[in-house]
Design a protein around this ligand. Structure first.
Ligand code: NAP
Length: 295
C-alpha cells in the first residue's frame, strides 16, 4: 500500500527567518540613534535545565542585537527580595523586557511574582493584563510558544480560516493561549480544547484539521487519532531513556512522529519544531517592548 509522508515544518528554518527579521528591525532602530533593546533575565537557583534555557535566550538576543543580562541569585532568595528586584527593573528606563525564568523555588509564590512584572515589560506575556488583552484580541505582547506556532502555520501556508483546530492541553503557558489565538477574528479556526477529563479524546482529535499537542507525554498522539492530511503541531518535550546516547536519554515530542508522519499533511519534529520558535518569539516580544512595533 502506498503511504503518504507529511511535509515537515522546519521550526529551525522559520525561527532563523524570524530572528533575522528581528535583527534587521533592531539595526534600523539603533541606526536612528536609539539604544539597543535591553532584556533582563532573572535566574534563581542552579537548575541545569533553566540555566541552559537562559544561555540559549542570551545567545539568541546577542545575535539579534538585543542586549541581555542574566541576574543570578541563590535558591534561598526571599520572595520579598525578588519583588524588590522586579520593582527596580520595572522603574528602570534602561530596561525594556523582564523575564523571570520558571520554575521558581517552592517558597516563592509564582503568581505573585508574575503579577509584579510591569505588563509593558512582560515579554513572557504571563501578566493577567496581557492575558486579558490576548483574549480580547487587543494587539500586544503574546506568549512565545503559541505565538510561535501561529507564525509557523502562517509561514507554512496552513489555512486556519474555517478549519477545525483541536488543542490537547489547557495550561496557561500553551493550551489556553493557543486556543485563544486560533479563535481570533481573522484567524477564524473553530477550536476545541481537550484535557485529561475529555471523553473520547481520540475521536475529538480525528476531527481536527489542525492538531496541537501540548501534553507532556511521549508519543501520546498516535496515527489513529489523526485525520488524513491534518497539520500536526507537537509542543511536547519529553525525555526518554536512550542508552545509545552519551547523556542516556533523547528528547521526543507528544506525537508518535514516525507513524503520524504517514497520515498527517504537515508535521513538526521534536527537536527542531516548536522549540526554536519559542526563543524567536521572545526576541520579537523584546523588540515590541522596546520599540512599540513588530517590525
Ligand atoms: P502542563 O501544564 O503539564 O499541561 C499539560 C496538559 O495536558 C494539561 O492540561 C493536562 O490535562 C493535559 N493532559 C495530561 N495528560 C493527559 C491525558 N492523558 N489526556 C489528555 N490530556 C492530558 O504542560 P505545559 O506546560 O502545557 O507543557 C506541555 C508540554 O509542552 C510539555 O512537554 C512541555 O515541556 C512542552 N513545552 C514546550 C515548549 C516549547 O517551547 N517547545 C514550551 C512550553 C512547554 P489536565 O489539565 O486535565 O491535567
Amino acid at each position: 500500500m502506498e503511504t503518504a509522508t507529511a511535509e515537515l515544518i522546519d521550526g529551525r528554518l522559520i525561527a532563523s527567518e524570524v530572528r533575522q527579521e528581528v535583527k534587521a528591525s533592531v539595526d534600523a532602530w539603533t541606526a536612528k540613534g536609539n539604544r539597543a533593546p535591553v532584556l533582563k533575565v532573572v535566574l534563581i537557583g542552579d537548575d541545569p535545565a533553566s540555566a541552559s534555557y537562559v544561555r540559549g535566550k542570551n545567545r539568541a538576543c546577542a545575535e539579534a542585537g538585543i542586549e541581555s543580562e542574566t541576574m543570578t541569585y541563590d535558591a534561598d532568595l526571599s520572595e520579598a527580595a525578588l519583588l524588590e528586584i522586579i520593582d527596580d527593573l520595572n522603574t528602570d528606563e534602561g530596561v525594556d523586557g523582564i523575564l523571570v525564568q520558571l520554575p521558581l523555588p517552592k517558597h516563592i509564590n509564582e503568581d505573585r511574582i508574575l503579577r509584579a512584572i510591569s505588563p509593558a515589560k512582560d515579554v513572557d506575556c504571563f501578566h493577567p493584563e496581557n492575558v486579558g488583552n490576548l483574549v480580547a484580541g487587543v494587539p500586544g505582547l503574546q506568549p512565545a510558544t503559541p505565538a510561535g506556532i501561529m507564525e509557523m502555520l502562517k509561514r507554512s501556508g496552513i489555512e486556519t480560516r474555517g478549519r477545525t483546530a483541536v488543542v490537547i492541553g489547557r495550561s496557561n503557558i500553551v493550551g489556553k493561549p493557543m486556543a485563544n489565538l486560533l479563535v481570533q477574528r481573522g484567524i477564524d479556526a473553530t477550536v476545541t480544547v481537550c484535557h485529561s477529563r475529555t471523553p473520547d479524546l481520540p475521536g475529538v482529535c480525528r476531527g481536527a484539521d489542525i492538531l496541537v499537542a501540548a501534553i507532556g507525554r511521549a508519543g501520546f498522539v498516535t496515527a489513529d487519532m489523526v485525520k488524513p492530511g491534518a497539520a500536526v503541531i507537537d509542543v511536547g518535550i519529553n525525555r526518554v531513556e536512550d542508552a545509545s546516547r552519551k547523556r542516556g536519554y533523547r528528547l521526543v515530542g507528544d506525537v508518535d512522529f514516525e507513524a503520524v508522519s504517514e497520515v498527517a499533511g504537515h508535521i513538526t519534529p521534536v527537536p527542531g519544531g516548536v522549540g526554536p520558535m519559542t526563543i524567536a518569539m521572545l526576541l520579537k516580544n523584546t523588540l515590541f517592548a522596546a520599540t512599540g512595533s513588530w517590525t
